[in-house]
Design a protein around this ligand. Structure first.
Ligand code: ADP
Length: 221
């Protein structure tokens, strides 16, 4: 039984909107790409399911595009805050179910919230915060890239792992990772047994795919 493809519209095809549009297409979604700039629209005519030149601050234009029937509309209008707000307001009035809007600043965000945008994103701020967190609290001490996707990493055990043995943790089954050694003070335990109990501060030498290592790191934090 086929599942109906979700239909998205992306308004504003700058770096952010463009990236959203490409990714949605990659994920197999139906995407209508909209911008008032003809060159931008041309760029996306071969990528998106449909690409349309339109000024979305015009209610009649949005109506004629049948915007109400889309499952989700992303407003990625950049510097023109007024256009972003007006577009969002019209989408809301037309009854669009899901509206995600890129905010330029806190004032913009406040207004968007007030008029009922379902999701508000601050790409630069959010990404900056995420990267700062990553580099500040990473539990990875060192790593050796084995291939494009696999590495050996040293991960420091925190309280979450304290007192648990490898069998309980079941890291191989849960994360697809193998612990090849444990460094504890001056000792190195090579090929640790399943009954080995971990302590806070142990350094785990782990081998696996980068994705699985990331998942394990997330589990630790
Ligand atoms: P980014 O910071 O993500 O690169 P930009 O400011 O470069 O964003 O891009 C925003 C896009 O939104 C531009 O391509 C611009 O033409 C488009 N845009 C701005 N106002 C409107 C509008 N009223 N209707 C449709 N598209 C618009």
């Amino acid at each position: 039984m086929g599942v109906k493809k979700k239909e998205f519209a992306v308004i504003g095809l700058g770096r952010f909107g463009g990236s959203i549009c490409r990714e949605l297409v990659q994920l197999g979604m139906e995407v209508m790409a909209i911008d008032m700039d003809e060159d931008r629209v041309n760029e996306y005519s071969s990528i998106a399911s449909h690409a349309v030149i339109a000024d979305t601050t015009d209610e009649m234009v949005l109506k004629s595009l049948g915007i109400r029937n889309f499952d989700h509309v992303v407003v990625a209008i950049g510097d023109n805050i007024q256009a972003s707000i007006l577009t969002t307001l019209i989408l809301k009035e037309l009854g669009v179910e899901n509206i995600t809007v890129k905010a330029q600043n806190d004032y913009h965000e406040k207004v968007l919230r007030k008029i009922g945008a379902d999701q508000i994103v601050h790409p630069e701020r959010d990404m900056g915060a995420r990267i700062a967190n990553n580099i500040a609290s990473s539990s990875v001490l060192d790593y050796l890239q084995l291939s494009d996707e696999h590495s050996i990493v040293e991960i420091i055990a925190n309280e979450r792992l304290n007192g648990q043995n490898l069998q309980d943790l079941d890291i191989r089954a849960k994360f697809g990772l193998n612990i090849v050694a444990i460094k504890r003070e001056n000792q190195v335990i090579v090929s640790p047994r399943a009954t080995e109990t971990l302590r806070t501060g142990d350094v785990l030498v782990v081998i696996g795919s980068d994705n699985d290592v990331d998942r394990f790191e997330d589990f630790l934090t």
